[in-house]
Structures are given as structure tokens and as C-alpha cells.
Design a protein around this ligand. Structure first.
Ligand code: GDP
Ligand code: MG
Length: 804
């Protein structure tokens, strides 16, 4: 039974016309001597298909009885069947259901709102930010819409489909592997020209595409006019205006996707981007060569393959499963490519890009009317396009398509990215952020602290004094509760970060840092993962995937652990609040800056020793400023808050219990019965017991190493426990010691420095191993960070000791 017909274009149409539609029975009759082609019976006629084509038709193998049963079942159209969610459903039907999922992928330029739309369509909670490089991973969810199962995938943003950068490779590989049914091409309506460039490649590939004309609000606000229906006709792609941030148009978009999937949409038309006569001649020559090969799988149009070959991409052709005549094809492509190059006096991929842009401009001239400017004639007079890099060039600078939002953005940028003022403004912003994190956080923190204390007291009073109460009160409530206290601070910090992200200021920060980053052989792009590292180092290390150069990426990965993640914040809030009272916010701010400083110095060191290389050029996107929405800020806080709580309920809870158990065993002898135990005596007994415990022994073992840093064995235990997760430093502290007694201001500073710099946590360790592809780098990172921490803390304590 036929479940789904994949493939594209003419092939798909032909096969559907022949009766290969879902729910139809098909019988394999025989295959030719060389197993190709295969003959099938369908609708009482016999059809022969090449094996490669047959593989694009998904079938369900069933017995004649099952087939009859199914035919009897099938009363209405197939769509009705999907809608019923009868738990008694026959297994056959369930099987069919699972295959009737429509696979949809979001593709488009970075920062066009793909993830916003993805979230709006599916109710997911993926991270959205107003700068490129936020989505580095492939994210997939499944949901039901009007009885249709839809599997939606969010892909990283790319400027084109030339698999040169890591993101482009991810996207291309995904499309090849998954053969999605429909692509949603998300387009920034306020930046059409560059966005449509990528659409021309989708047209070449001959995918079934629905265009989401996103940021439609901005197009409308700018006063520009666009004839959407006509543009759709010109491109052969249905266009749906959407506003990703408030869900406008998402239902129409889904309706359109379903229509296109069922081939019911009238706009869908197989168009060609018109290249020059000579280019078409070459294309045709190569296409004929491709068609000769019986193994060719029609996943992509032969036209697209031919284009890729002419553009000099010989790797790509491997995807088409061409076997026979491959060498001849490549040779022919090389010859044609050379011919065209001589003809145009330019690289062939450049020539193709020029024609694509020309097509886009032509289409826009017919349909687009910018605000406050007569006609579109000015487009024609723009300088030669061949000067511009089609992928990343600043195309809009030379066009009248600049929206009013862009102009406002330029004004703001004149201040925020000012040569001299940019940096102090950024620092001031950071200072305010940490000041607020500390001072505003103080109030709710006190409430939670009181709540946790009250809970512990209440449990102590109602439960009998046994080991169960000990683990519950001294382990779980003290330990995990001690971390819960810092939830408000974390949320405040993320409130600021989320504002930075969603307004687009983050991209400016990367820009401001670019100069500095260049002096250490990196570029501003590396700074984005570093800032993400303020939240958590793990996603930050994953975000380095956007960095093309392997060495640059490795350096960035190795210095990210010095970016103070939010798990370290509780330690600072606790100790700085205790010993630096009024200056606590400033001290925390300086600690964060110091982390950045150490990371920069480390990068410099690596660049000149183990990872020598030149920095690679890179053009950074500057998204226009946007107002953050409550939805996106709230969502980000919600995600962070629940993550923190989950971490408390997970690794922190486990670590607290382990630490408690190590401190509880082995048991000390009970005091002789009848001895009167005063509170002071009890305290002394407890202290002795802890020193004798396994925990105490471990602590005493490491004490000599950290004594020069001004730390005692209890602090050593906290640091060791913090290896699991940095929050555990604080949870352990609240279980085994009273920091107000154990620390001095100087040793607290030394301790905070150590926490900032030493081994980040198990999670980061394994992420570095995975992302760098080798345990060696993870071990190196672990040793290096801990060594740096020791040296810095040593200097702080010893030099500080001279003054205090
Ligand atoms: P992606 O990089 O394509 O995944 O884009 P994101 O979904 O991360 O969004 C980029 C930025 O555009 C975010 O700041 C969004 O809040 C914003 N945004 C998304 N859709 C719209 C829209 O329709 N209108 C406006 N004005 N902003 C939007
Ligand atoms: Mg995204």
C-alpha cells in the first residue's frame, strides 16, 4: 500500500498521475535481469519503474487480507481517517498514520524569524535572539494541525546553499537525508533582495516551497508596498505574510503547507531562473549526460546538479548516486566551466550569482514599491553587481530598499557602537546589570532563605531524630535549598541578557569587541558564544559551531570556561554580599570582567603557542534594533527558571546527598549515656565528627594544596564537590560550614577567583570532548583552567596579604 510519494518536480507529478497516491495498492511483479527496472501492477495496469525511482515511493507491505480489510475500512477520503484518534485502531491504520506525517523544514537567512515562527507554529520554546548564529542545531517537533500530523524542523540560518560554512553543510545534509515534503522559506520582508537570493536556489533545486513573508509588520510600518500575489506568481511559490513574534499568519501558513503538500495550490509552478543563452547551453549539455545514467536519483533536478557542477562543486554530484559516466560528466563540466569562464572573464559561480540577483531585482521591480520614493527605476542604475559578494555583501547599502527602521537603527548605532563611547557604554550596562542582579535580588532571596529555614526547623520538630531526618534536613533541604535561594538573582541576570539578545544589542557588543578580538587573532563572531557562556558554558561551546576555522573554534571553546556562567553567581552573591556589602555589585561586575580578561589572555597564549593560525575574514550581520516582546523575554525567563529548578532537582540534589553521606559516615561512637550535652559541646562533637568523616579525610588530603590560597579543608571540599556543577559549591557550603566564620574578605576574594576560573563542571568537560572530537582537549581544558585558578588565587591571597 502506498504511503507517500517523495521525490520532486516532473517525476513526482508523472508518478502521481499514474495512480501512485496514498492508500493505493501496488503489487511488485518482477524485476529485470539486472534488478532494474522493476515492474509493478497498479490500478490494473502494469508500470515499470527504475529502482532509484521506486525507492522514493514509501509503501507498507501487507497481506492480501489486510489489503481487503483496509479497502473495506476506507469509506471516506484518506484525510478523514487521519483525524480519528480511536485507540482501538487496527495496527495497520496506526502504521499508515505514522507515515502520513508531513515533513516540513524551515529554511532562510539568519535572523529572519525562523525560530520565532517555529515556536509559534508548534508551541515549542526554542531560543530566539536578534542576532545571527542563535540556532546552530537542528530542532524538530511534531504536532497535529486540523487532523494533519506535521513534523516541523528548524534549521540554522544560511545565506545560500553553497555548502561552504558549517551551517550550510548542516542544512544541506539535512535536506538530503530527510527529503522533506515541503520547505518553508522564511524571508525577512524588510530585506527582500538578499533573502530572495536564497529563494532562487530553492527554485533551482525544484523543491516544493511555501514562502513565509515574515516581519510583515515592519514592511507595513515602513510604508513600502509589495504585490504579494504577483511576486508569488513570478517565483512560482505561494507567499503567506506572517509576523513571527505574535503568531499572525501562522494558521494560513500551515493551511498553505498542507495545500502544497497535497498539490492543491495553484501558485506552485515549476519555474526556471533564466541564465544566459550560453549558460543554458552548458546546462543542457550536462543534463543530457546526467539523464544517461540509469542510477541517477531524481531527488534534485538535473538542472540544479548541472549548475552545481558548472559552479565547480564536484563534491555535490556524489549526492545524486550517479555511478556510470560520472568521470565523463565531471570532465565535461570542467570543460564547460572553463568555456564560460573565458566567455565572461569571471568565475562561473559569480556569473550565476549575478543572474540570480538580476532575477530577484527584476521580480522586485515588478512588485515592490519602496516608501516615499517614486518608481523603482533607481534599482537599475546601481553599480555592477559582480563587485558584491552575493552571500554576505552589504547589498542593501546600495539600494533604495532601506527601511525606516534601518535608518533609526543607524542613528542608535552612531551612539552605541561609537568609536570611543561604545566600550564605556557596554561596561556601564554590565555594571548596572550586576548591580541590579545583586540589589534587587536581595529581597526575594531573603524570603526564600527564610522559607527554607522554616521548612528545616519544622521538619526537625515533627520528624523523629534518625538517619532519614538527617538526610532530609541536613542533606536535601540545606543543600538543594541553599541553591534555590539564588533563583531570583539568576532570573534577573537573564532578564538583562534576554533584553540584550532580543533588541539586537548583543550583535553590537560583538562588533565593539571585534577590534579587541582581532588583536588576539579571533574575531567578533567568537564573542557571541562567549556571551552565551555567561548563561551556561555548555550551549556556548555548542554555539562555536558557527565558526568556520577549526583552530579559531578550538581556541574559543577553550576560553569559554572563563566566562562566568550563572551557576557561579550564587557563590559571588553569597560571599560578596557577606564581605563587600555595599560594593557587592561592583565586585561581582569586576569578577566577570576579570573572567573576560583571563579568557583574552589565554586566547593570546594559545594563538602564539599551540594553535598558530591567521584569523579568517568574516562579515558580521548587524540586525536592526527591535523592541523585545514580553513573550520572548518571558519565555526566556521561564526556560531558564525551569532549567535551574530541574538542575536543583537533579544533579544538585544527588550531589547534596552524596556530600551529606560522605560527611555522615563513618558514624562516631555515641556519647556515654547520661552525659549532659551542652550546645557548645554538641557543636564541638559535630565538628570532630565531620573531620573524622570520609568528607573530612578527603578535605584534609587536599588541604595542603590550597592552604597557600588562604583556604581550609572545608573550602577544599566545596570546590571538589563543585566539579559536578558549580551550584554545588554553595549547597555544600551551606551544609558543612559557616562562611561568615571561616572566611576573611581576602580569602573570600581568593575563593571567588578560584570558583571563577577552575574546572567548570562535568557537563562542560564532556561537551568540549564531544565538540572538539577528542578527550585530549577536554583534559587539557580541565588542567589548564585549574592551574590558572590556582595561580591567580595564590597571587590574590599572597599579594593581598601584604596590604591587609
Ligand atoms: P532566526 O535566526 O531566523 O531563527 O530568527 P529568530 O526567530 O531568532 O528571530 C530574530 C529576531 O526577529 C528576534 O528578535 C525576533 O523577536 C524578531 N522577529 C521574529 N519575527 C518577527 C516579526 O514578524 N516581526 C518583527 N518585527 N520581529 C520579528
Ligand atoms: Mg533560529
Amino acid at each position: 500500500m502506498i504511503l507517500k510519494v517523495r521525490g520532486r518536480g516532473a517525476f513526482r507529478h508523472r508518478i502521481i498521475e499514474m495512480g501512485f497516491v496514498r492508500g493505493q495498492m501496488v503489487q511488485a511483479l518482477r524485476s529485470a535481469p539486472l534488478k532494474d527496472p522493476v515492474e509493478f501492477r497498479i490500478l490494473d495496469s502494469e508500470v515499470s519503474l527504475r529502482r532509484a525511482e521506486a525507492e522514493l515511493i514509501e509503501v507498507l507491505v501487507c497481506t492480501p487480507e489486510e489489503a481487503r480489510a483496509y479497502a473495506a475500512l476506507q469509506t471516506g477520503p484518506v484525510a478523514d481517517m487521519q483525524a480519528s484518534s480511536d485507540p482501538q485502531k487496527a495496527p495497520l491504520e496506526k502504521e499508515i498514520d505514522s507515515h502520513s506525517v508531513i515533513e516540513v523544514c524551515m529554511v532562510g537567512n539568519p535572523n529572519t524569524g525562523k525560530t520565532s515562527l517555529y515556536n509559534a507554529l508548534s508551541g515549542a520554546f526554542e531560543h530566539v535572539g536578534n542576532y545571527s548564529g542563535v540556532t546552530v542545531d537542528v530542532k524538530t517537533t511534531e504536532f497535529t494541525y486540523n487532523g494533519h500530523r506535521i513534523r516541523l524542523t528548524d534549521l540554522p540560518g544560511t545565506y545560500s546553499f553553497s555548502p561552504y560554512s558549517p551551517e550550510e553543510k548542516v542544512v544541506m545534509a539535512y535536506l538530503l537525508d530527510h527529503k522533506p515534503d515541503v520547505l518553508v522559506n522564511v524571508v525577512d520582508a524588510s530585506n527582500l533582495e538578499r533573502n530572495l537570493y536564497m529563494t532562487t536556489q530553492l527554485i533551482d533545486m525544484d523543491y516544493r516551497v511555501v514562502m513565509a513573508l515574515n516581519m510583515y509588520d515592519e514592511l507595513e510600518a515602513s510604508g513600502a508596498e509589495l504585490d504579494i500575489a504577483y511576486l508569488g506568481t513570478l517565483l512560482g511559490i505561494p507567499i503567506v505574510p506572517t509576523i513571527g513574534r505574535d503568531k499572525t499568519g501562522t494558521e494560513s501558513l500551515l493551511d498553505k503547507v498542507i495545500e502544497v503538500n497535497e498539490d492543491r495550490d495553484k501558485t506552485v509552478r515549476h519555474t526556471h531562473i533564466p541564465y544566459s543563452e550560453e549558460m543554458e547551453k552548458s546546462l543542457h549539455l550536462l543534463q543530457e549526460e546526467i539523464w544517461k545514467d540509469p542510477w541517477y536519483e531524481p531527488i534534485y533536478s538535473s538542472r540544479y546538479l548541472a549548475i552545481r557542477l558548472l559552479e565547480g562543486d564536484t563534491e555535490w554530484v556524489g549526492n545524486a548516486h550517479l555511478i556510470e559516466g560520472l568521470d565523463a560528466l565531471k570532465a565535461k563540466a570542467a570543460a564547460e566551466s572553463l568555456r564560460l569562464q573565458k566567455l565572461f572573464g569571471e568565475d562561473v559561480d559569480q556569473v550565476f550569482a549575478d543572474y540570480r540577483y538580476a532575477f530577484v531585482r527584476g521580480a522586485l521591480r515588478e512588485t515592490y514599491k519602496p516608501a516615499n520614493r517614486g518608481g523603482l527605476a533607481s534599482t537599475a542604475g546601481s553599480p555592477a553587481l559582480s563587485e558584491t559578494d552575493p552571500g554576505q555583501g552589504d547589498v542593501e547599502a546600495e539600494l533604495p530598499l532601506v527601511s525606516s527602521r534601518r535608518r533609526i537603527t543607524e542613528k542608535i548605532d552612531r551612539v552605541l557602537t561609537h568609536r570611543i563611547w561604545g566600550f564605556p557604554i557596554f561596561l556601564a550596562f554590565l555594571w548596572v546589570m550586576f548591580q541590579a542582579t545583586f540589589t534587587i535580588g536581595q529581597y526575594p532571596m531573603d524570603w526564600i532563605e527564610a522559607g527554607v529555614g522554616a521548612l528545616a526547623a519544622w521538619l526537625n520538630s515533627v520528624l523523629p531524630d534518625n538517619i532519614f531526618r538527617a538526610v532530609l534536613v541536613d542533606g536535601i533541604v540545606q543543600g538543594a535549598g541553599g541553591v534555590l535561594v539564588f533563583l531570583p538573582n539568576i532570573l534577573i541576570l537573564f532578564f538583562f541578557v534576554s533584553i540584550m539578545e532580543s533588541t539586537g544589542y548583543m550583535a553590537r557588543v560583538a562588533f565593539i569587541m571585534d577590534k579587541l578580538m582581532h588583536t588576539i587573532g579571533l574575531h567578533g563572531k567568537s564573542f557571541i558564544p562567549m556571551i552565551i557562556g555567561f548563561g551556561c558554558n555548555v550551549p556556548a561551546i555548542m554555539a562555536t559551531r558557527t565558526i568556520e576555522s577549526k583552530k579559531d573554534r578550538l581556541i574559543t571553546m577553550l576560553i569559554i570556561p572563563f566566562m562566568s556562567c550563572s551557576a557561579r553567581l550564587p557563590v559571588y552573591v553569597l560571599l560578596a554580599g557577606m564581605f563587600f556589602k555595599a560594593q557587592a555589585g561592583t565586585v561581582i561586575f569586576l569578577i566577570y570582567l576579570f573572567g573576560i580578561l583571563v579568557s583574552i589572555l589565554s586566547a593570546l597564549l594559545f594563538r602564539h603557542t599551540i594553535l598558530k593560525a591567521f584569523d579568517s575574514p568574516f562579515v558580521m550581520e548587524m540586525p536592526p534594533y527591535r523592541w523585545p516582546t514580553w513573550r520572548s523575554v518571558g519565555r526566556s525567563l521561564w526556560v531558564r527558571g525551569t532549567q535551574y529548578l530541574k538542575k536543583i532537582g537533579g544533579i544538585i540534589l544527588v550531589a547534596s546527598i552524596v556530600v551529606w553521606a560522605l560527611g555522615y559516615f563513618p558514624l562516631s561512637p555515641e556519647p556515654a549515656p547520661g552525659t549532659e550535652i551542652t550546645p557548645e559541646m554538641q557543636a564541638r562533637l559535630d565538628k570532630e565528627h565531620l573531620e573524622q568523616s570520609y568528607l573530612g579525610r578527603i578535605g584534609k588530603f587536599v588541604e595542603p594544596v590550597i592552604r597557600p590560597l588562604g583556604m581550609n579543608w572545608e573550602m577544599g571540599v566545596c570546590l571538589l564537590a563543585g566539579v559536578s556543577a558549580k551550584e554545588v559549591v554553595v549547597s555544600t557550603m551551606s551544609m558543612i560550614m559557616d562562611p561568615a566564620v571561616s572566611f576573611t574578605a581576602l580569602s573570600a576574594l581568593s575563593f571567588m577567583m578560584f570558583v571563577l576560573l577552575y574546572f567548570p563542571c562535568i557537563g562542560v568537560f564532556s561537551t568540549v570532548a564531544k565538540e572538539s572530537g577528542s578527550w585530549k582537549w577536554a583534559v587539557f581544558m580541565a588542567v589548564y583552567t585549574t592551574l590558572v585558578a590556582w595561580i591567580v588565587s595564590f597571587l590574590v591571597f599572597q599579594i593581598g596579604g601584604l596590604f591587609v
